[in-house]
Ligand binder design. Structure first.
Ligand code: MEV
Length: 316
C-alpha cells in the first residue's frame, strides 16, 4: 500500500455562530491558507493491527491502542474502520500536522478529523465522498463540543462557502464579487464547548430574550447571503457590526476581542466581529483590498498575536 496524504482547510464563520446551534442559518467559508494534513504510511515490518500516531504539533507519539477511547484522533480512525466494517487497521503510521491555530474558532479539530478520515479511507482503498467525510467528522466533533451545530464539518469537508442550517440540505453559496477578510487572533484560547454550554444555560434562564437574539442573527445571515449572491459585498460590513452587537448581548465576546474589533474599525475596516465560539480566538474584519495590510498592522498594535489576510474568491 502506498503512503496516502490528505489535507483539509480551516474555516471562518462570517455570520451566525451560536444562533446556528438553535436552528438559525449561518454562513461560513473555508480558509485554505491554513491546513491540517494527515499522512498514512504502511509499516511493513510492524505486526498487523498496529497503528502508530504521530502529532508533532501537540508532542504526541503513541500507538492507537494506547490512546483513550474518546481521544479525538483515535475516534477519527475508528469512525473510518466502523464505517467500512474493518475490524482493525493494517500496520501503519499516521502523521498529523496542522497550521490551523488551535482553539481559535477556525475549525482546527474538525479539519484534523477530516484530513485523517480522507487519508485513512483513501489508504484503505475506499476514499469517501465529502458528504460521508462530513458525517464522520461530525461524530468526532460531538465528543469535543457536546452539541455542535454541524457547520464546521460541513464547510471544511465540502471546501466551499456554505449557508448552513441544521437539518437542511447542503446549500453552497455563489460568491459573485471577491472580498478581503483580515482575521486576527486574540492570543487567548476559545473554549468552544464551554461557551456553547454557557449560552445554553443563559437561554434556559431567559428563553424569550435569547430566542429573539438568535432570530435577529438568523435574519442577518439570510440578508448576507443575498448580498454575497448579488455582488455588493461592501454591504456586508454593517451586517458584521450588527452581528457583533448581538454576540455581545449573548455574552460571548470579550475585552480582547472588542479591542481588536475597535482597532480594525478605527483603521478603516468596513465591519468587524468575532468569529467562532468567542471569549477569545479570532475576530474578522471586512477590508477594501488596498486597506487590508494597514488594518492587519493596526490589529497587531491592538494586541493580535497573528493576522491572516484572506481573499474570498468568486465562485459558482
Ligand atoms: C463554532 O465554530 C461555532 C458555534 O456556533 C458552535 C457550533 O456551531 O457548533 C459557536
Amino acid at each position: 500500500m502506498p503512503a496516502f496524504t490528505a489535507t483539509a482547510p480551516g474555516k471562518i464563520i462570517l455570520f451566525g455562530e451560536h444562533a446556528v446551534v438553535y436552528g438559525e442559518p449561518a454562513l461560513a467559508v473555508p480558509i485554505s491558507d491554513v491546513q491540517a494534513r494527515a499522512t498514512i504510511q504502511a509499516e511493513l515490518s510492524a505486526p498487523p493491527g498496529q497503528m502508530q500516531i504521530i502529532a508533532p504539533d501537540i508532542g504526541l507519539k503513541s500507538s492507537l491502542h494506547d490512546l483513550a477511547e474518546d481521544h479525538p484522533l483515535k475516534r477519527a480512525v475508528q469512525e473510518v474502520l466502523d464505517h467500512l466494517d474493518i475490524p482493525a487497521p493494517p500496520a501503519c503510521s499516521l502523521t498529523i500536522n496542522s497550521t490551523i491555530p488551535i482553539a481559535s474558532g477556525m475549525g482546527s479539530g474538525a479539519a484534523v478529523s477530516t484530513a485523517i478520515i480522507r487519508a485513512f479511507s483513501g489508504f484503505l482503498g475506499h476514499p469517501l465522498p465529502a458528504e460521508q467525510v462530513s458525517k464522520l467528522t461530525f461524530a468526532v466533533e460531538k465528543i469535543h463540543h457536546g452539541t455542535p451545530s454541524g457547520i464546521d464539518n460541513t464547510v471544511i469537508a465540502c471546501e466551499q462557502p456554505v449557508f448552513y442550517q441544521k437539518g437542511e440540505p447542503l446549500q453552497i453559496v455563489s460568491i459573485t464579487q471577491p472580498f478581503t477578510l483580515v482575521i486576527a487572533h486574540t492570543g487567548i484560547s476559545s473554549p468552544t464547548g464551554e461557551v456553547v454550554g454557557s449560552v445554553r444555560q443563559a437561554w434556559k434562564r431567559e428563553p424569550d430574550r435569547y430566542e429573539d437574539l438568535f432570530s435577529a442573527v438568523g435574519k442577518i445571515a439570510r440578508e448576507a447571503r443575498i448580498i454575497l449572491e448579488r455582488g455588493t459585498t461592501v454591504e456586508l460590513g454593517p451586517l458584521m457590526d450588527e452581528n457583533q452587537a448581538l454576540l455581545e448581548e449573548m455574552g460571548v465576546s470579550s475585552p480582547e476581542l472588542e479591542a481588536l474589533i475597535q482597532g480594525a474599525r478605527a483603521a478603516g475596516a468596513l465591519g468587524a466581529k468575532l468569529s467562532g465560539g468567542g471569549w477569545g480566538g479570532n475576530m474578522l474584519a471586512l477590508a477594501q483590498e488596498e486597506q487590508a495590510r494597514r488594518i492587519a498592522r493596526a490589529l497587531t498594535r491592538s494586541g493580535a498575536t497573528r493576522t491572516i489576510i484572506n481573499r474570498v474568491e468568486s465562485s459558482g
